[in-house]
Ligand binder design. Structure first.
Ligand code: MG
Ligand code: MG
Length: 236
């Protein structure tokens, strides 16, 4: 899983460098495919319930699961890129949101708060702690900034499949959840809206947008619980 995580980190670096005004999201997908090929890794996104690409690209009010295509990035957009890889049967999964050129102060703050909420959640992935402390920590950071946490889509355990049980909500679900043990691995992935938390699925059956049209950001890492604390596997 460390090796899969390194491939995902390399996909992040390559796609981040490629995402500029004038570039289409399909071109960014092609850059991610090159990384997978170069590293001899396979895609856990391509073909997942028929998904046609190796990354998800979700601009502006799109929360997650955007399909790379003809959308051409422009100055002032924000773009969420979600990447995954399989190495020898083990999965990595991580996402980030970036500004395209100069963006509004609100967009910058949304990106900063969402990334900070991810790290607050990661800090809770300690042996003996309860899993839902992750969501409680994420929610606190987000709501203190007067943003909202998406409820319909959540993080997940990950291993020989991308989406394993249990789920990892980004909010306090009303119960503490399972006790964490060394060797457990989770994808923590806050999805944060500048407006309300409600979502809407577009007609393509994949793209999830904010119901109120507000901006949305998404950060994700794959993290192992170890005796020494959380180990983030999807960092470079
Ligand atoms: Mg992901
Ligand atoms: Mg995920």
């Amino acid at each position: 899983m460390r090796r899969a995580g390194k491939v995902v980190a390399e996909m992040h670096e390559a796609t981040r460098a490629a995402a500029k005004p004038g570039v289409t999201t399909r071109q960014i997908d092609a850059v991610a495919r090159e990384v997978l090929e170069r590293r001899g890794a396979t895609s856990n996104f391509l073909g997942y319930h028929g998904f046609p690409a190796v990354i998800c690209t979700s601009p502006n009010d799109m929360i997650v699961h955007g399909i790379p295509g003809d959308y051409r990035l422009k100055e002032g957009d924000i773009l969420s890129i979600d990447c995954g890889a399989i190495v020898e049967g083990y999965h990595g999964d991580a996402a980030f949101t970036m500004p395209i050129g100069e963006v509004s102060p609100l967009a910058r703050r949304l990106i900063e708060v969402t990334e900070r909420s991810l790290w607050a959640g990661i800090a809770e992935l300690r042996k003996g702690n309860r899993l839902h402390e992750v969501g409680r920590a994420v929610q606190k950071v987000v709501e203190q900034a007067a943003f909202s946490v998406v409820r319909e889509y959540v993080g997940h355990a990950i291993g020989t499949a991308m989406h394993e049980q249990p789920q990892v909500p980004n909010y306090w679900p009303g119960s503490p959840g399972p006790t964490l043990k060394s060797g457990m691995v989770f994808a923590v992935e806050p999805m944060v809206n500048a407006g309300g938390p409600e979502t809407r699925l577009l007609d393509d059956g994949w793209s999830v947008v904010t119901a109120d049209g507000s901006l949305s950001a998404h950060f994700e890492h794959t993290i192992a619980v170890t005796d020494q604390g959380p180990e983030v596997l999807t960092l470079p």
